[in-house]
Write a protein that binds this ligand. Structure first.
Ligand code: FRU
Length: 486
């Protein structure tokens, strides 16, 4: 189907039930639907939004275009969970309904204030000439899920020198008041992280662009400022970043900068480390995080990327959210690892025999967790979504003598935009033992290296006969296999 601009921006009420039923039927036939990741019922999911803990539950929203697997008129779909694993759709969505958000309720954040959850988001508006305007908007969600939009914008125009690419507000408590961190672009097309402050969430005062001594491309999306374990962490999505200033291959990277502190008086990060990619795999973007009431810093990202083509587009749906990860700092480094609650998904445990030089082939439902402990001076591979011969598979190979890890998704019937590379390489410590944790779910895989020091996220679309897990190693290793189910 050809998606015209008119169709992408057609008001939600004009889509009839028959059309929705057709899309639902199409989605149901997909063999790539996920078992334990948040995915759209129909249509397209992109950024996580409003991730928060409120009224005894975790709340998560996501950018949604429910009518097809394309970027169109976006709304916030709402899911909630008591355990960060089982997510159910809930009342309380944000749909475009006013002159401030007529062309999309774009990304933003959520923060409990008094008895309600305050949601901040960007209203995307296009005029007759299709010129963009962006407003930072507020809405209040009550305990029963009812959402009331504020009638006036929190910020009604970009600051001087900033274009209408001004979006994705993150509101955090800071000292006696609040900060709002927004992604932006200057009129000379440089990415910026813009900072506003407020005492009571009403009047917002512009503090200027955060001083960051890094290439931020032509535009920044989805910035998040976090305080964890005495450090300051900035997450961001700089688009158009020069590959000479950061080694990445994805169309756009999701990056982070770890610093000792945020200095409000000069609006800068204190002693920042250099900018790094958050995920060394193929498909991760728009990560958002917050500190929960127990003090855990929890993150979730969009498994997907803008402007890429995925084979589920033919089936009426696209993308998913990552597992919820806990962010920690160890020896000055950022670690990301699925929250402990993820172990609730384990249904059974099996020790796989991984003797030296023996090929271990396990038949799977492509829904499992695999924990592997590999000794030093060892070479091997893990073929996920493999056919019986091991030829077609998502291949993770390692060499602990050389300190290299490679993820290769070229062996497939459904190649994904090969121009952005079909392999990803990561460095691992030379001649040390290696720990890998893999979370495989039907057409997506999240790989955590050495407890989450490195993460590689990848979509991969197997044929119906690609249901094996094939392990090979030059030295005896330990592998534990858990079937995961909701
Ligand atoms: C990032 C993004 C955000 C925007 C949203 C629109 O993927 O482009 O900047 O708010 O998606 O869906």
């Amino acid at each position: 189907m050809e998606w015209t601009q008119e169709m992408r921006y057609r008001p939600y009420r004009e889509w009839d039930d028959d059309y929705i039923k057709k899309v639902e039927t199409c989605v149901k036939q997909s063999t790539w639907r996920l078992n334990y990741h948040v995915q759209p019922e129909t249509g397209l999911l992109n950024d996580p939004n409003g991730f928060s803990f409120f009224n005894g539950k975790w709340h998560l929203f996501y950018q949604s275009f429910p009518f097809g697997p394309v970027h169109g008129l976006k709304s916030w779909h709402h899911v909630a969970s008591k355990d960060l694993i089982h997510w159910e759709s809930e009342e309380g969505t944000i749909e475009p309904s006013s002159s401030y958000d007529s062309h999309g309720a774009y990304s933003g954040s959520g923060i409990p204030v008094g008895e309600e959850l305050f949601l901040a988001y960007t209203g995307n508006v296009r005029d007759e000439a299709w010129e963009r305007q962006s407003y930072q908007l507020g809405a209040w969600m009550a305990a029963d899920g009812n959402i009331e939009k504020e009638s006036n914008p929190l910020i009604d125009q970009p600051p001087a020198g900033i274009t209408a690419h001004f979006r994705d507000p993150q509101i955090i408590r800071y000292k006696e008041g609040y900060l709002m961190i927004i992604g932006g672009q200057t009129t000379v097309e440089k990415g910026e992280v813009l900072v506003f402050s407020s005492k009571e969430l009403t009047e917002w005062e512009y503090q200027g662009p955060m001083k960051i001594d890094e290439d931020l491309g032509f535009m920044v999306e989805c910035p998040n400022l976090l305080f964890l374990e005495g450090k300051t962490l900035l997450l961001l999505c700089p688009q158009g970043l020069d590959k000479k200033s950061l080694n990445y291959q994805n169309i756009y990277p999701n990056t982070y900068i770890l610093a000792e502190d945020y200095l409000e008086s000069t609006n800068e990060l204190k002693n920042p480390q250099t900018q790094r990619v958050l995920d060394e795999g193929f498909d991760l973007y728009a990560t958002q995080a917050f500190t929960d009431p127990d003090g855990r810093c929890l993150s979730v990202g969009w498994i997907g990327l803008p402007e890429m083509h995925y084979p589920t587009f033919e089936e009426g749906w696209a993308h998913s959210l990552s597992l919820v990860k806990e962010l920690t700092i160890r020896e000055g480094k950022l670690y990301q690892y699925p929250v402990i609650e993820t172990t609730y998904l384990r249904q059974s445990e099996e020790v796989l025999d991984l003797a030296a030089m023996v090929k271990n082939v396990t038949e799977t439902t492509n829904t499992y967790e695999l924990q592997v402990a590999i000794p030093a001076d060892c070479q091997g591979s893990i073929r996920i979504f493999s056919d019986s011969t091991g030829e077609q598979a998502l291949v993770l190979s390692y060499d602990t003598a050389k300190g290299t890890l490679q993820l290769d998704r070229s062996k497939t019937q459904y190649p994904l935009d090969p121009e952005f590379g079909e392999t990803r390489e990561s460095r691992i410590p030379v001649n040390e033992s290696l720990k890998l944790a893999l979370f495989v779910d039907r057409s997506t895989c999240e790989i955590f290296v050495n407890g989450g020091k490195t993460v590689l996220t990848a979509n991969y679309y197997p044929t119906e006969t690609q249901t094996n897990l094939v392990l090979q190693s030059t030295k005896q290793s330990n592998a534990k296999y858990y079937v995961l189910e909701k």
